[in-house]
Design a protein around this ligand. Structure first.
Ligand code: ADP
Length: 264
């Protein structure tokens, strides 16, 4: 459409006066839309060829071409990684295109059990994973998207924590605000990286990040999902000690436990 979009800013001017600055943002927003569409289209187009590559690679049995097995293993790994990047980009595109989400009761008890199972499966006994729930409120929002955000945080905690470390998944109320937090005793993040950590493809350059199998898109997904829930992400981290990622929800998102028989 040809509507004009204005960015408005109120800035201090002279004593007791303020200046209202209006900027025409239409062009910028159009370009932003072009970028979004482009990323979405490219990701979508890459899906089919990747499925074919993946499918054929899976057809080759390990003992069929023993001398090529190291190469095939590398190809399988890389094609899995590419598929994950494409899926994450599509998730981000979907989140960006949405301005509202389903408003349902997100059953946090079930959510925590699922996350614990996932963490145990990924850790394979290398970490101690604990779940603590000190509030019985649920949250209002999208179960699917919140699961994807929380799951990214749990996955990172496992990835960036050496064997023998501890991972704590918590659901609590701070004041009346529900908080989902994941703490780890992992490598931590230096303060200099924190401002950019949720940007797409931003990774702290360590061999662990590169080898982790991640895409550099996880925290970007977390940020988008939380934004759609008007929730915020806070990160407390110390290098060599560990990190805590907290998702803080507004009071209006807290749902008292459903009455018995009211589960539907
Ligand atoms: P990735 O797929 O690389 O994990 P993310 O967006 O999820 O991408 O995270 C971005 C970067 O932030 C990671 O590459 C890693 O360097 C750092 N990071 C994320 N979570 C943690 C954590 N729990 N402990 C230490 N570093 C982390």
């Amino acid at each position: 459409d040809d509507a004009i979009r204005l960015g408005l800013r109120l800035i201090p001017y002279a004593e007791g006066q303020r200046l209202l600055v209006a900027r025409d943002m239409s062009k910028l927003m159009q370009l932003e839309q072009v970028r979004r569409d482009f990323v979405a289209n490219v990701s979508h187009e890459l899906r089919t060829p990747l499925t074919v590559v993946h499918g054929y690679l899976d057809l080759i049995e390990p003992d069929q071409l023993p001398e090529l097995e190291p190469i095939l293993a590398e190809l399988r790994g890389q094609s899995r990684r590419m598929t994950q990047i494409v899926e994450d980009l599509l998730t981000l595109s979907r989140l960006e295109a949405q301005d509202s989400l389903p408003q349902e009761r997100v059953a946090m008890g079930a959510m925590l059990r699922t996350l614990k199972r996932e963490a145990d499966a990924l850790s394979q006994g290398r970490h101690t994973v604990t779940v603590e729930s000190s509030t019985d409120v649920d949250v209002l929002g999208s179960t699917k998207e919140l699961h994807s955000a929380f799951s990214n945080l749990v996955t990172n905690a496992v990835r960036y924590t050496p064997a023998g470390g501890q991972i704590r998944i918590q659901w609590l109320a701070r004041g009346h605000e529900p908080v989902f937090a994941v703490s780890d005793t992992g490598q931590g993040i230096a303060p200099a990286h924190l401002p950019r950590i949720t940007e797409r493809f931003y990774r702290v350059s360590t061999s662990r990040s590169r080898d982790s199998g991640g895409t550099g898109l996880g925290l970007s997904i977390v940020k988008h999902v939380l934004q759609l829930h008007q929730a915020r992400l806070t990160i407390d981290s110390e290098v060599g000690v560990g990190s805590t990622f907290s998702c803080v929800f507004g009071v209006e998102r807290a749902l008292e436990p459903a009455a018995i028989g009211d589960e539907a």
